[in-house]
Design a protein around this ligand. Structure first.
Ligand code: KIV
Ligand code: ZN
Length: 387
């Protein structure tokens, strides 16, 4: 497959891995609406569902395939003919369909999930890819729990499925177990030791159980992977998947890495809100990139530095991700500079003496009140007879 060696394919799995979260289930029309937004965002691949899992998921894959034009539409299967047949059927309207099939690769999964052997699992993996390839050209293979798999066995599995026709090989850290250097080394090993690895794209799929999903995905990309599987807001099983907005903004901020995506980052904030609302899953306020506090400056030291030059404390412009505005939040940790800024915003330009006086009263109030409002500020300047 020919591709720009620096292009990172963005594979969104909000509607599959993300939607597996209890309480986050979506209707088919809601999924179609999100899929259209993902298309506007510029994702390369949308994993639309796991068609054999339920009639609703099957229908969603059908409807998304009809509604979406540019991204590849991907459907998940286990490594068996029944699942693959249903996925092929669900994808029949997709302009560019992809089957995502796979099986466990760690000894833990081989023994305790499949009660099987490495040899048998390898055979099933190859058979599944060959079977899917008869109906769909683009086949992605996932080696589930690759994060804990023996790397030599993993390499053999990856080499075998590429020989069988896989175009993308997904190396999931299913349990979010790896450290970034371990995960990165695994990708590097595959890159250096698998015959014909350049015939396929290596994909990273990291879960967030130790809070390392984004770091591990980046380590994978730095070691040769060129597809990243992620979700909006990092939603997903247990502690979640890699957050798309984090990975994409890392690539943009650290442009020196030389990796790029075609994501229109200005849509992030809006899409984050849409997904959060539809899935009934609030975004934590300190969530990177899209959390309510992601661009809020609250301590005096930071506020003063920000007001002198915003880049002192801002590595991403809120505008770049469609965030309404950076904010200077007034708290008991704020300094005179922030107070002066807000009073000026309200039309009150204080000299040094007036500011010192007002700041004292402000601190007393801020120690006893969580949110300082514009009304509070006006009351303060009124009380100080400065208006
Ligand atoms: O986490 C995982 O291993 C998965 C696979 C099904 C790709 O979601
Ligand atoms: Zn997953």
């Amino acid at each position: 497959m020919l591709h720009d060696p620096n292009h990172v394919y963005i594979f969104d799995t909000t509607l599959r891995d993300g939607e597996q979260v209890p309480g986050c289930q979506l209707t088919t029309p809601e999924k179609v609406e999100i899929a259209k937004e993902l298309e506007s965002l510029g994702v390369d691949i949308i994993e639309a569902g796991f068609p054999v899992s339920s009639p609703g998921d099957f229908l969603s894959v059908v409807e998304i395939s009809k509604a979406v034009k540019y991204p590849t539409i991907c459907a998940l299967t286990r490594a068996n003919k029944g699942d693959i047949d249903v996925a092929v059927e669900a994808l029949k309207y997709a302009k560019t369909p992809r089957i995502h099939t796979g099986i466990g690769s760690s000894d833990m999964h081989i023994k305790y999930k499949f009660n099987s052997t490495r040899e048998e699992i390898l055979e099933r993996a190859v058979e599944a890819v060959k079977y899917a390839k008869k109906s769909v050209e683009d086949i992605e293979f996932y080696a589930e729990d690759a994060g804990r798999a023996d790397v030599e066995y993993l390499a053999l599995m990856v080499e075998s499925v590429i020989a069988a026709g896989a175009t993308v090989v997904n190396i999931p850290d299913t349990n979010g177990y790896c450290l970034p250097d371990q995960y990165g080394s695994k990708i590097k090993y595959l890159k250096e030791n698998v015959k014909n690895i350049d015939k396929a794209i290596i994909s990273v799929h990291c879960h967030n159980d130790l809070g390392l999903a984004t770091a591990n995905s980046i380590a994978g990309l730095q070691n040769g992977a060129r597809q990243v599987e992620c979700t909006i807001n990092g939603i997903g099983e247990r502690a979640g998947n890699t957050s798309m907005e984090e990975v994409v903004m890392i690539l943009k901020t650290h442009y020196g890495m030389g990796l790029n995506s075609t994501i229109n980052t200005k849509h992030f904030y809006e899409l984050s809100n849409m997904v959060s609302t539809m899935m009934r899953m609030p975004v934590q306020p300190n969530k990177a990139i899209v959390g309510a506090n992601a661009f809020a400056h609250s301590s005096g030291i930071h506020q003063d530095g920000f007001l002198k030059h915003r880049e002192n404390y801002e590595i991403i412009s809120p505008d770049d991700v469609g965030f309404p505005n950076a904010s200077i939040v007034l708290t008991a940790r704020s300094g005179r500079h922030a107070l002066k800024f807000h009073l000026a915003r309200l039309g009150h330009h204080l000299d040094k003496g007036e500011l010192d006086l007002t700041y004292k009263t402000f601190l007393t109030l801020a120690d006893s009140k969580l949110n300082i409002t514009d009304e509070d500020l006006l009351m303060l300047v009124g009380a100080g007879k400065l208006v």
